[in-house]
Write a protein that binds this ligand. Structure first.
Ligand code: SAH
Length: 505
């Protein structure tokens, strides 16, 4: 079976649910350059990935090779996805592939995609139709096969068609196309636009009139892939349509360093504000279970006056173990809860458990001092739930100054991840980023230890360093890294605010 699948215009989230579902299950993926590499992250690890990227001028033979590849793999009984940019039926040579499959007796399914013209129009705020001045929409190709007279688009004729023209592959012959349209009687003042790399973080556009289009495009260095639009409808909303590129973090690239599976909330918020996210999980969290110790702590859970949590990871892991042991929230008992920051406290609020203490500045030291200041520690039983780092200071203050009886329960271990195994590493080294966001001291230490593997190639954008809190900043500064932006506490919302303030200036 072969699935001829439209990948959409660029932004991965504009691909269809069907496309995602098929990618997640395919045995073989045959893709070319317009399909966003991000989509390839959806295929199973065992999937064979074949790049059949076309470059102009080398089409004919390669097209036959592509067809052969599809037939070969499908004949072996494999589920093959042929991924094409945009929609497979819009200037995608899909008909030829269908024919080849038919001849070989192989079944296929066609999955439409959001075609570039529609996506570019939407993301540039250029309406393609309008009740007063645009009642037809034409898709044209500017890339003529000069050897075939019949395939040439006569642009001068389209000057009279009216409505909105959407020209694919028009950049290399832009001046010629404009000339033909004017020759055919189109007004030089008619609204015209070019959207290059539509829907992507590096989308660029010019919106002007037909006579000025070529010059404006050169001034902005617009390049393929791009769609050229001409028609009265696209001029109807003007600057108001600039929703995509005017988002506060548009065009900025940020590196998130949290472990896999923990970046989604921050990533979602930053992406919604226009940022592009690279994921470099610099640490990994491994559960560390000392079964005997866990059994002892849980046996005495009713005897603790306070439970103290220094990280969201610890809190989550503790609750997982708690439910494994008891299965019922009522066994949590009367112990009071103190957390280092909001993110950690969130874990307990989900269970409607009240968090009674969060220090203003999120450090273990402040947490300890604030606890001592409650005057409730003298001879109290305190349980500290932690990872394998940064717990000594807490224990010391609570015991020596607060006179508490302290038990510690390590529930996870933080380990550096090997950056050379991270999929986004290559993009980071080539393109760089505007900022790296360090979530914890351990992400900072991992970065410092592996700085060589993370070094940027020439011309890549050099990032500034941002820290989620004073403790992380301290680690960065001790290692001679300049902290440009810092949160007072590890809060996702504060980090987003700090970034917007800095980057939207
Ligand atoms: N099947 C594709 C079109 C393939 S032809 C579709 O439906 O979109 C390739 C042309 O598509 C490019 O030369 C360019 O004109 C256009 N194109 C594809 N992706 C684009 C993007 N992200 N931004 C602007 N134009 C794009």
């Amino acid at each position: 079976m072969v699935y001829l699948v439209g990948a959409g215009p660029g932004e991965p989230k504009l691909s269809t649910l069907r496309a995602k579902e098929l990618l997640e299950q395919c045995d073989v993926l045959v893709y070319d350059n317009l399909a966003n590499p991000e989509l390839r992250k959806w295929v199973p690890p065992t999937c064979i990935q074949i790049d059949v990227g076309k470059s102009p001028g080398r089409h004919t033979l390669e097209q036959r090779d592509i067809e052969k590849t599809l037939v070969e793999h499908a004949s072996e009984g494999k589920k093959v996805v042929r991924l094409k940019g945009g929609d497979p039926f819009v200037f995608g040579r899909c008909a030829e592939e269908m024919l080849a499959l038919d001849v070989a007796g192989i079944s296929y399914e066609i999955v439409p995609g959001v075609t570039a013209a529609l996506a570019c129009a939407g993301y540039a705020g250029l309406p393609l139709s309008h009740r007063e001045c645009g009642s037809t929409i034409s898709f044209l190709t500017g890339h003529e096969d000069l050897s075939k007279e019949a395939l040439r688009v006569d642009f001068s004729k389209f000057a009279k068609v009216g409505g909105t023209l959407c020209i694919y592959m028009g950049m290399s012959k832009l001046e010629e196309i404009i000339g033909k349209l004017l020759e055919g009687g189109m007004s030089p003042d008619i609204p015209a636009a070019i959207v290059s790399n539509g829907t992507l973080p590096h989308q660029r556009k010019v919106v002007t009139n037909l006579s000025n289009l070529s010059l404006a495009s050169k001034k902005e260095f617009l390049q393929a892939p791009a769609i050229v639009f001409v028609g009265n409808a696209i001029g109807r909303v003007g600057q108001k349509g600039n929703w995509f590129e005017s988002r506060p973090l548009f065009g900025k690239r940020f590196v998130l360093t949290r472990p896999v599976g923990q970046v989604s909330k921050l990533k979602f918020k930053l992406e919604n504000l226009g940022a592009e996210i690279l994921e470099l999980p610099l640490i990994k969290i491994l559960p560390s279970e000392d079964k005997k110790l866990i059994a002892e702590v849980f046996a005495g859970i009713a005897t603790y006056d306070w439970s103290v949590f220094t990280s969201a990871n610890g809190a989550r892991e503790f609750m997982r173990l708690f439910f494994l042991a008891f299965g019922d929230i009522r066994s949590f008992g009367p112990m009071r809860i103190a957390c280092v920051g909001e993110g950690t406290a969130e874990v307990f609020r989900k269970y409607n458990l009240e968090v009674e203490l969060i220090p203003n500045t999120s450090t273990a030291e402040n947490l300890a001092k604030d606890l001592v200041a409650t005057d409730s520690l003298d001879s109290a039983n305190v349980l500290i739930v932690t990872g394998n780092r940064n717990r000594e200071v807490l224990v010391q203050i609570l015991q020596d100054i607060g006179h508490a009886i302290v038990d510690t329960l390590p529930v996870y271990e933080t380990d550096f991840s090997d950056v050379t195994e991270i999929p986004d590493l290559d993009r980071f080294r080539k393109q760089g980023a505007d900022a790296i966001i360090f979530t914890s001291s351990s992400t900072a230490l991992s970065y410092i230890e592996q700085e060589e593997d993370l070094s940027l190639e020439e011309g890549a954008c050099k990032p500034i360093y941002c820290s989620f809190g004073p403790e992380t900043s301290k680690t960065l500064k001790e290692n001679d890294l300049i902290v440009k932006l810092e949160c007072t506490k590890p809060s996702i919302d504060e980090m987003v605010m700090v970034l917007v303030e800095h980057f939207s200036m």
